[in-house]
Design a protein around this ligand. Structure first.
Ligand SMILES: [Zn+2]
Ligand SMILES: [Zn+2]
Length: 127
């Protein structure tokens, strides 16, 4: 009769530790590379610069008195705030959109358009 030995529990524990360490390293690397991708499709900018560019693009009069709300934290976006401006013309606080993005949401929280839209897609039909 053959007796098969089970692997000793000590070995199992060591193995699990290795996996956990690797996972931690992996998620840190992913976070950085994710934020780089976000930066490429929605570059960080000051709200004022972003808004001026949108006005030029959409031939708006400026609307400097308009109050802008970040739909993620529901707080006001000040003109001096740093924001991420999306292709769909929605803007969010840089930190808010980064949190959203890192939770594996790859679409605009407002209009659900993907961050990585195909070039030539209609972008300026909603404000
Ligand atoms: Zn916010
Ligand atoms: Zn949007």
């Amino acid at each position: 009769m053959m007796i098969h030995r089970l692997p000793s529990p000590a070995n199992n524990t060591n193995h699990d530790d290795d996996v956990n360490v690797n996972k931690a390293k992996f998620s840190m690397a992913t976070k950085e590379s994710k934020l780089k991708r976000l930066e490429r499709c929605a570059p960080k900018t000051s709200f004022m610069a972003w808004w001026k560019e949108r006005c030029d693009l959409m031939k708006l009069s400026g609307g400097v008195d308009t109050t802008f709300i970040c739909s993620i934290c529901l707080d006001t976006i000040d003109r001096t705030d740093t924001i991420h401006g999306l292709k769909c013309n929605h803007a969010f606080h840089d930190k808010c959109l980064e949190q959203w993005f890192l939770r594996s949401h790859f679409h605009c929280p407002l209009c659900h358009r993907p961050f990585y839209g195909e070039p030539g897609a209609r972008c300026y039909d909603t404000v």
